[in-house]
Each structure stands twice: as C-alpha cells, then as structure tokens.
Design a protein. Structure first.
Length: 75
C-alpha cells in the first residue's frame, strides 16, 4: 500500500464523515422547526373561550381604570 492509496482512503472516509454530519444536522433542523414560535405559544393559552373571556374582562377593567377620560384632557 503506497502513500497515495492511504491518501485516497482518507479522502473517502472524510467525504463519508461530512455527508453523515450534514444528514445529522438536517435531521436536527427538521425536528427544531416544529417548535411553536413565541406568538403561537402565547396564543395557545386562549384556545379555550372561557380563558379568553376572562383575560379580556380583566384587561378591559385595568385599561379603563388607567385611561379614564384621557381623550378629554388638553395637551
């Protein structure tokens, strides 16, 4: 076995290693793409109508408390 034969074997092993790592990274990216984004996670809380109504009623009362007659004030 000559030095050139060892070189070609090392080249083949290197190519196989690169292809294997690319397949692994592709698989990992495919699995990570199924995680919901921040907005989707936040909206998941409101899939139930009762939860949405509770949030809206509390939000409306707080909003009305702190923004009373702001449109009537002069700048």
């Amino acid at each position: 076995m000559t030095l050139q034969d060892v070189y070609f074997i090392a080249e083949i092993v290197g190519v196989i290693a690169v292809i294997g790592s690319l397949l692994f990274v592709g698989k990992q990216l495919g699995q990570n793409s199924h995680h919901p984004f921040r907005r989707e996670r936040a909206m998941a809380k409101f899939r139930n109508l009762a939860t949405l109504q509770k949030f809206v009623s509390v939000h409306a009362s707080i909003h009305n408390h702190f923004n009373k007659d702001r449109h009537l004030e002069s700048p």
